[in-house]
Design a protein around this ligand. Structure first.
Ligand code: BES
Ligand code: MN
Ligand code: ZN
Length: 497
């Protein structure tokens, strides 16, 4: 979809803003005046209060240059922010995308907390995100289901001021779409080798790609990662994506690590069949890392960042790992695998060690659809955050808040850590208790973090995808792309020169 900025313009549909209490913002007021008060009248006739996301949808009076007018609420003006404007633009696109309209005009206004330029850019980003579809496998959509919208024009004073920001935002959106596509792809299409091949595409954006195959991983001693992969006909891959945007290519990078289980059956500790299809998304952490790498490369971020994704398929089979197996990790520590369904922590153990060993990063952030327990705790609203570093935690919480990808910090502590002790090896991969599962999993990962390395773990099992209906206009499909915007913002705020 084509998105442009202009000082004036016409189209099939125009969308304008109102605040809570039904107050029309300037562009809406001007339109209402041109329409001799018809818009106000329609608002009163429909109990419209200007609440966030509320819509009045009317046929335009003859005096206007449009066929249809949308008045969309942004909520209370004193608390409205950039995200409010994104949701406003997104709501307009959602409303008209398959309505037959081809051109939408958005007329954003500045708000108490959002400048005019920022409002224009946020409106564009909201429109872009709301237009996302995953319909590659739909071969026969009915005409009325097909997207009719071809272009969105942001009509505002000083359009040039919004353009520069919008270009940066487009990089973020393209990263989000890259992640959503990967999460949505089914397991028969996306498996370790094909995932790794897709990441090769990032080479065109000057991201260095290195793909490690099992023979190399074996030499490195990655027994935990290889143990998970051994039940599948698809061999494991570990992909290293390097972006060197800092002045010194030698400067220590930020490291991002992603869980990339392309399908998680549970292995021999097999999962129940109901809902198992969702486990095609068990590579949401790897997708978020890949999407963030894409975003920072596209906008040429002035930072060194290395992204590592551990790609495996967790299958039962004649050669699958058994409960009770003991594996050697690259760190030298041994793990007793008591449940083959607690596989994410196993592959991360080796990926985390590898990235610290090889790159000496300034900090390590891992993202993983790690535990069902995080959904019990936080639902689909917040990701769980676990960290050994106060400042890094605050920075992640702040980035998530700005970008609409909120996180909630949960504790770590020795009482959780000792639950993975076992007489048979250095640790076991489950506690065996039904409580505190997300924290125990985080404690497990922490055993693979070297002393002095700032580290954060984001458990995104509840946020990488979500159950329908998909009401948030900024995230219109099952896969959310969660984490890309957060990481991109964190890098911009904290790691760029
Ligand atoms: N991929 C799952 C976690 C998950 C569950 C993600 C539901 C998204 C939705 C993970 O590999 C897993 O199976 N975890 C187990 C751990 C348990 C065996 C200790 C879980 O959460 O049940
Ligand atoms: Mn599992
Ligand atoms: Zn899993």
């Amino acid at each position: 979809m084509d998105i442009r900025f202009a000082a004036s313009g016409s189209g099939d549909v125009v969308a304008v803003m109102a605040g809570e209490g039904g107050e029309l913002l300037p562009a809406a007021k001007a339109l209402d005046t041109a329409a001799s008060g018809r818009i106000q009248k329609a608002m009163q006739a429909t109990r419209f209060t200007g609440g966030a996301g509320q819509v009045v949808d009317i046929l335009a009076p003859e005096s206007l240059d449009f066929a249809r007018v949308l008045v969309i609420g942004v909520g209370k003006l004193d608390v409205a922010n950039g995200l409010s404007v994104e949701r406003w633009g997104g709501a307009a696109v959602k409303r008209v995308a398959a309505s037959g309209a081809e051109k939408l005009v958005l007329q954003p206004d500045n708000l108490p907390g959002v400048s005019k330029a920022d409002a224009g850019a946020h409106a564009a980003l909201g429109a872009r995100l709301a237009a996302y579809r995953f319909d590659a496998y739909k071969t026969k959509q009915k005409p009325e289901q097909q997207v009719s919208l071809k272009s969105v024009e942001i009509v505002m004073e000083g359009p040039a001021s919004a353009r520069a920001r919008a270009e940066q935002d487009q990089a973020a959106a393209d990263g989000v779409f890259f992640a959503r596509d990967l999460v949505s792809e089914p397991g028969n299409v996306l498996f370790p080798e094909s995932f790794a091949e897709r990441l090769r595409d990032l080479e065109t954006m000057d991201v260095d790609i290195e793909i490690l195959e099992p023979a190399t991983m074996e030499k490195l001693g990655m027994g935990a990662l290889l143990g998970v992969a051994q039940g599948s006909v698809h061999p494991a891959r570990l992909v290293v994506m390097s972006w060197k945007g800092a002045r010194s290519k030698q400067a220590r990078p930020l490291a991002l690590v992603g869980k990339g289980v392309t399908f998680d059956t549970g292995g021999i500790s097999i999962k129940p069949s109901g809902g198992m299809e969702d486990m095609k998304g068990d590579m949401g952490g790897a997708a978020a890392v890949a999407g963030a790498m894409r975003a920072i490369a596209q906008r040429k971020a002035k930072a060194n960042v290395v992204g590592v994704v551990a790609l495996v398929e967790n299958m039962p089979g004649a050669n699958a790992q058994r409960p009770g197996d003991i594996v050697h990790t690259m760190s030298g520590q041994t793990i007793e695998v008591l449940n083959t369904d607690a596989e994410g922590r196993l592959i991360l153990a080796d990926a985390l060690w590898y990235v610290q060993d090889k790159f000496n990063p300034v900090a390590v952030i891992d993202l993983a659809t790690l535990t069902g327990a995080i959904i019990t705790a936080l639902g689909h609203e917040h990701a769980g955050l676990f960290s050994n570093d106060e400042d890094l935690s605050q920075a992640i919480i702040g980035a998530g808040q700005i970008e609409g990808e909120p996180v909630w910090r949960l504790p770590l502590g020795p009482g959780y850590d000792k639950q993975i002790d076992t007489p048979n090896a250095d640790m076991k991969n489950i506690s065996g208790k039904p409580a505190g599962g997300s924290i125990v999993a985080a404690q497990f990962l922490k055993r693979f973090i070297k002393d002095g390395t700032p580290w954060a773990h984001l458990d995104i099992a509840g946020t990488a995808w979500k159950p329908g209906p998909y009401e948030d206009p900024l995230s219109p499909t099952w896969a959310t792309g969660y984490g890309v915007r957060l990481l991109n913002r964190l890098i911009a705020n904290r790691y760029e020169e």
